[in-house]
Write a protein that binds this ligand. Structure first.
Ligand code: SAH
Length: 355
């Protein structure tokens, strides 16, 4: 339960709604997972809480420290399923990349998570539990260092809408993590109807996995595009920005695949496409994984691509590759999900999962 559900929960227990704030603080600011330690709450209520509720986080199975300071953790959920999360420290900030699903249903051709198929959605607790664990694992000084959270791990967050919204609200809430809305980013392959709902429910930064400047190519790389083609996605992006109070931009992610989407004409098309959407482009050098058919674009090709965008007035940066020595980089998270069997079902019934 997040800040929107907890007050009602306490009401059903006959308690004042400010108990919600106390509980949020104990769990998310003091990292307490035992009701008996919550000393500003009456003994009777503590006992009652222990009977009707539990505070449970995923279990850390293993940690993979990268040479560049990035750390990846394999976590196990209560039903034995595994997910991964990654902490990426930088000079000015520390970014925690969390997963939203066990596996992924979308089948993007260049992503290792897709290979694993889809298994199930994470609960809000399993998502926020990743942040809670990471902060606990980092030593006290470093806790502050989780300054940013990105939903860019395994899964498509907008196909797990309600739980993702609860997790985001907990990240933003002052009694919990109190992160500013600019420091929480949701990344999506472009589930258009859910994108429209998102901005009505919670205010966070948005990244869109674009990866191709035309439908023919994007249909191939991001199969979801066959359902929500580029022009519909761009229109949804514009609506998303219109609903924002301040002038903001959407981060457009673009993976650089040698000979596939990295030619100058692709850059030109991208410039045309993004004229109508305030955006900044994040070029991601492709991160390889076993048995992939793709190769990373050369440094020169990426630089040439970026220069074309910049010359025509777009903000474009090349994302620094982090943690690739321990398969912690973008698109390399695979956890240990082996069940592909339900993917086609899930994909065929996409609408059932939309709000
Ligand atoms: N499903 C969401 C969240 C995942 S974010 C989404 O698609 O946005 C992970 C980001 O890494 C996405 O932009 C994804 O397209 C990108 N990515 C996937 N595989 C990659 C790879 N092998 N190399 C580099 N980036 C990759």
């Amino acid at each position: 339960m997040g800040p929107k559900q907890l007050p009602d929960f306490f009401k059903t227990l006959g308690e004042p709604s400010f108990r919600a704030q106390q509980i949020l603080q104990w769990i998310h600011q003091h990292y307490v997972d035992d009701f008996s330690e919550m000393t500003n709450i009456s003994k009777a209520l503590r006992t009652r809480l222990a009977e009707v509720a539990e505070i449970r986080a995923p279990r850390v199975i293993s940690e993979y420290p990268s040479q560049d300071g990035t750390r990846k953790w394999l976590l196990q959920l209560h039903d034995g399923q595994c997910i991964e999360m990654v902490f990426i420290p930088e000079a000015e900030r520390g970014t925690l990349c969390i997963s939203s699903q066990v596996g992924c249903a979308l089948d993007c051709t260049f992503c290792a998570t897709a290979r694993q198929g889809f298994n199930r959605n994470l609960s809000a607790a399993e998502m926020i539990g990743q942040v809670w664990i990471a902060k606990r694992l980092l030593d006290t000084d470093q806790r502050r260092v989780v300054s940013n959270v990105v939903l860019m791990g395994m899964g498509e967050p907008l196909l797990n809408f309600d739980n993702v919204v609860t997790a985001l609200q907990t990240l933003l809430d002052d009694h919990a993590y109190g992160l500013s809305k600019r420091r929480v980013t949701l990344s999506t392959s472009g589930v258009v109807p859910a994108l429209d709902r998102l901005s009505q429910q919670v205010d966070v930064a948005l990244a869109v996995s674009l990866h191709a400047p035309n439908d023919a190519l994007r249909n191939e790389l991001v199969p979801l595009n066959r359902k929500y083609p580029i022009n519909e996605l761009m229109a949804a992006c514009r609506r998303f920005l219109e609903r924002k109070s301040q002038r903001e931009r959407i981060t457009m992610e673009y993976v650089m695949l040698e000979g596939v989407n990295d030619r100058p004409e692709h850059a030109q098309q991208l410039v045309q496409l993004l004229r109508s959407v305030p955006s900044k482009v994040n070029l991601i050098p492709f991160n390889p994984f076993p048995e992939t058919r793709y190769r990373r674009s050369s440094v020169a090709a990426i630089e040439r691509f970026r220069a074309i965008l910049e010359r025509q007035g777009l903000v474009a940066i090349t994302r620094k590759t982090r943690g690739d020595d321990v398969a912690a980089a973008c698109g390399q998270l695979a956890g240990q999900v082996n069940d592909r069997s339900r993917r086609h079902l899930h994909f065929a019934k996409l609408e059932d999962h939309l709000p």
